[in-house]
Design a protein around this ligand. Structure first.
Ligand SMILES: *Cc1c(COP(=O)(O)O)cnc(C)c1O
Length: 423
């Protein structure tokens, strides 16, 4: 469900014609729908009504402070994985007591910043991280609230690059080792045990792996209880998938229902860290066709559509071979053609879609790459010295730029030409 639709053959985001935003802001352009973001957040969050819970949006999925601020205003928290994301979350107005800090590589400086900000909980992913956190907290004469992230060794049945809950993945602590770490944590002066966490992967399209993970976490919590360790928060991570192509993931209600059933009437607060399911279908990437060309001479004729968006703007197709639906901003009845839609970057991996049937595309046409709201702009880079795209938020019949298109000066900010006359 989203608010991108055709009216009189023109693509609209809510009540704004996409063409109008392009005229004002240019391409490539990320466009987000406020109504869709709000609807997804609310649908997800309210699916857990009746169960004490906290919905912490995974900032890495879509990090713009205007987007984060929308969730803040709806009572949302944040799941962060860096000091930079902490900065963004606070700047966006997210209550620090609703911030969860995940990630395998927290630095001393990042730990300090998060302790100073008084976040809700650190999800600790290794024995060394626990030791470091104890030290940092001791140095600040405070206590660090923690959950240990356990690796439940559950197969999320998703793309290998976004699976995180298997024993072979770098994330979390294996269950038996984690028991030992909890016992160590209990004896640490500056560590306060608050919860248990897990996150098994992203773009999950079935509910079973979540339930399997939850079952393992529950067993684990029982084993902790045997050792006199009680917890207040059970963090199930994120990972619920969306429809990019023909996937049929469970809807938030179904997902919540299954989790609540498995949970029973346990007396801890559930923490959820959805990213993709909230933002994924709430954003599109709009791009302009620069050239079309046909390469002949190989085994078959190959048609290319070269657009002004590239793998630096949207990495998912190159990175995961991900599928994104691509549709024309102006619909007409041109016949279909099979094309590769590629960017200007000097890499064969720089494609948005391969062997895709599209109505005939011509130079100057605008295309909308759908479902780019999560892991779209937030993964963008400046590769090939391409300024990053603008981001625009649409609400009803008006729109606002929420991140200016970068210019050339932005590209070299912080760089210096130097003369090395050192001995
Ligand atoms: C990436 C991530 C999430 C969000 O995953 P989605 O698939 O976008 O819901 C949540 N928690 C952690 C720890 C993550 O690394």
């Amino acid at each position: 469900m989203h608010h991108f639709h055709y009216k009189d053959n023109l693509l609209y985001c809510e009540d704004v014609p996409v063409r109008e935003v392009v005229d004002a802001v240019g391409t490539p352009l990320y466009l987000y729908s406020v109504a869709t973001l709000k609807r997804h957040f609310t649908a997800f969050d309210s699916a857990f009504d009746g169960t004490p819970h906290l919905t912490c949006f995974a900032v890495k999925a879509c990090s713009n402070i205007a987007v984060l601020n929308l969730f803040a205003r709806h009572g949302g928290g944040a799941d962060i994985v860096s000091g930079g994301e902490l900065f963004r979350a606070l700047k966006a107005g997210i209550d620090s007591r609703k911030i969860i800090y995940s990630g395998v590589g927290k630095t001393v400086a990042e730990m300090r910043e998060a302790l100073l900000a008084d976040i809700l909980m650190f999800n600790v992913e290794s024995a060394q991280e626990l030791d470091r956190l104890q030290q940092v907290a001791a140095g600040m004469a405070t206590r660090a609230p923690v959950a240990l992230r356990i690796n439940p060794d559950v197969d999320p049945r998703t793309h290998a690059y976004i699976s995180t809950g298997l024993a072979k993945n770098k994330f979390g602590i294996p269950v038996d080792a984690a028991l030992h770490e909890y016992e160590r944590a209990r004896d640490m002066e500056n560590i306060e045990i608050l919860g248990v966490s897990c996150h098994i992967g992203s773009q999950l399209t079935q509910v079973e792996p979540f339930i399997e993970a939850l079952r393992k976490v529950k067993d684990f919590i029982a084993r902790l209880a045997d050792r006199g360790i009680t917890i207040r928060y059970l963090d199930l991570g994120g990972g619920l998938g969306i429809t990019y192509d023909d996937e049929q993931p469970p809807d938030p209600h179904e997902y919540a229902q299954a989790i609540r059933e498995e949970l029973g009437d346990a007396d801890y607060t559930l923490v959820l860290e959805p990213g993709r399911v909230i933002a994924g279908n709430a954003g599109i990437l709009v791009t302009e066709v620069q050239y079309t060309k046909v390469n002949t001479g190989g085994e078959e004729e190959k048609r290319f559509v070269i657009v002004d968006a590239a793998m630096n703007d949207l990495a998912r197709p190159s990175l995961y071979g991900a599928f994104h639906e691509i549709i024309p901003v102006v619909q007409d009845d041109r016949p279909g053609q099979r094309v590769d839609i590629v960017g200007p970057i000097c890499e064969t991996g720089d494609f948005m879609a391969r062997d895709r049937m599209l109505p005939e595309v011509r130079q100057g046409d605008l295309l909308a790459i759908m479902s780019c709201g999560a892991y779209g702009f937030s993964m963008a880079s400046n590769y090939n010295s391409r300024p990053r795209a603008a981001e625009v938020l649409v609400g009803g019949d008006c729109f606002r730029v929420i991140r200016m298109r970068e210019d050339y000066e932005d590209l070299v900010r912080g760089e210096f030409v130097v003369e090395l006359d050192c001995k």
